[in-house]
Design a protein around this ligand. Structure first.
Ligand SMILES: Cc1ncc(COP(=O)(O)O)c(C=O)c1O
Length: 423
């Protein structure tokens, strides 16, 4: 029977995942635990200031429609959504913005429909799954990866592509997909160098850079305008993705682009066309957060977050005596540029479980999410964390290191006794 065949196939695939320790489940963190995991970098999703401003926005529109009741192309559009898009575009120094229900939808829609038949998409090795999904659906002739954050490797790929006359003549488009801040290592993209390289290697205007600012929105650049704005590259980027599910503390996303690209997406981006548009309560939340960014309310939160990054780094350095002669934990080599700390360890599950038991939400990240040999515990700092919480988290990591080292040396003694007994 088809059903039982399907059940047994699914069961065997899930069992394989369990056997590889890759089985995913949904979890809920205890409400009292300290958040060192979520992407809510400014802790806005729980901010009383935001909650008050949000409720006031709702009450100032007492007749609001709860659901949008249709696609943006049918009945789901509103003046409110269009005004919000203009405000978002203006804030980020873009010509136009187009809202999507999520960053995943936006990337998928953009990469699926913008590259034309025969075009090429060149992408960073660590690019998000949503870009892969878009590329899979696109008509692009080739999709070529370059080494993560490597300008020389991008140059190698572009020189190889430039052997094609159509690329050289500007007939064939080359899209270059990067993220401004990568979520697993917390490292920034060398964006200025990439822009200069693409302009130099593709001087006929057929190099189009797309920057995913999912993780940098709200925390980089003046008042959180993002990395592109902080580098003054607004006019040299084809499209930017700003998501609202991370530092903005809401849901949804906007693509910042030219009015032409916006019109094209409205006509061809399927995740925009064939879905119910964002509801008024969602739009209102985004609008209120942008208001808080514009009036400077979030700036002290960004400052506090930056001071926590330094504090966390300094605290981690105190663990050095426990890590120098051991492979249990690799500390960051220099002060990280972002609130994301990758604590590389061969035992991420053990360390994460230990910290969770002490009341801290941290997550183990293992292959295939990260390359083999780079498993880690990912720690994310938030404006809502205090210095004392950071110290307590590092104290918990210290206690784990001591316990693991004791266990290792006990194992070592048992092993050497074993050897002696065998001699
Ligand atoms: C780099 C990047 N792009 C896009 C997305 C998707 O955004 P959203 O969560 O709004 O779907 C994410 C979310 O994990 C992301 O990290």
């Amino acid at each position: 029977m088809a059903h039982s065949t399907l059940s047994s196939k699914m069961t065997s695939l899930l069992s394989a995942r369990k056997a590889n320790s890759a089985f995913r489940t949904l979890t809920v963190s205890p409400p009292t635990s300290k958040d060192f995991s979520s992407n809510d970098f400014l802790s806005l999703s729980t901010s009383p200031v935001l909650r008050t401003a949000y409720l006031s926005e709702l009450t100032s529109h007492p007749d609001f429609r709860l659901g949008s009741s249709g696609s943006r192309l049918l009945d789901g559009n509103s003046l409110y959504a269009e005004t919000l898009e203009k405000e978002i575009a203006e804030f980020h120094g873009a010509e136009a913005a187009l809202l999507f229900n999520s960053g995943f939808d936006a990337n998928e829609g953009l990469f699926a429909c913008v590259p034309q038949r025969g075009d090429v998409v060149v992408y960073d090795a660590f690019i998000h799954a949503s870009v892969h999904e878009g590329m899979r659906l696109s008509r692009a002739g080739r999709k070529v990866m370059f080494e993560h954050n490597s300008v020389p490797d991008l140059e190698r790929v572009l020189s190889e592509l430039a052997r094609d006359e159509e690329v050289r003549d500007g007939e064939r488009n080359v899209f270059v997909a990067v993220e401004s801040l990568y979520s697993m290592d917390g490292d920034l993209c060398p964006l200025k160098e990439i822009v200069e390289l693409v302009e130099r290697m593709l001087p006929n205007g057929n190099g189009h850079i797309i920057v995913d600012e999912a993780h940098s929105n709200g925390i980089y650049g003046s008042q959180g305008r993002g990395v592109v704005c902080s580098l003054g590259l607004e006019d040299r980027i084809f499209a930017r993705l700003h998501t609202f599910g991370k530092a903005i503390g809401c849901n949804g996303a906007a693509i910042l682009c030219s009015p032409l690209t916006r019109a094209y997406l409205i006509n061809y981006a399927r995740p925009l066309i064939y879905t119910t548009a964002m509801s008024f309560p969602s739009l209102a939340a985004i609008k209120v957060v942008y208001g808080l960014m514009k009036d400077g309310t979030t700036v002290p939160l960004i400052w506090h977050l930056n001071s926590l990054i330094t504090h966390m780094y300094e605290q981690l350095l105190t663990l050095q005596p426990l890590t120098t002669d051991s492979a249990l934990l690799r500390l960051p080599q220099s002060l990280p540029n972002s609130p994301i700390f990758a604590l590389l360890t061969p035992e991420p599950r053990s360390l994460a479980k230990w910290c969770q038991a002490a009341g801290f939400v941290v997550r183990p990240i293992v292959p295939p999410t990260v390359p083999e040999g780079t498993q880690r515990v990912r720690v994310c700092l938030h404006a809502g964390n205090s210095k004392q919480e950071v110290e307590a988290l590092v104290a918990s990591i210290r206690a784990w290191l001591i316990a693991r080292r004791r266990a290792e040396s006990a194992e070592g003694i048992v092993e050497s006794l074993d050897v002696k007994a065998r001699l």
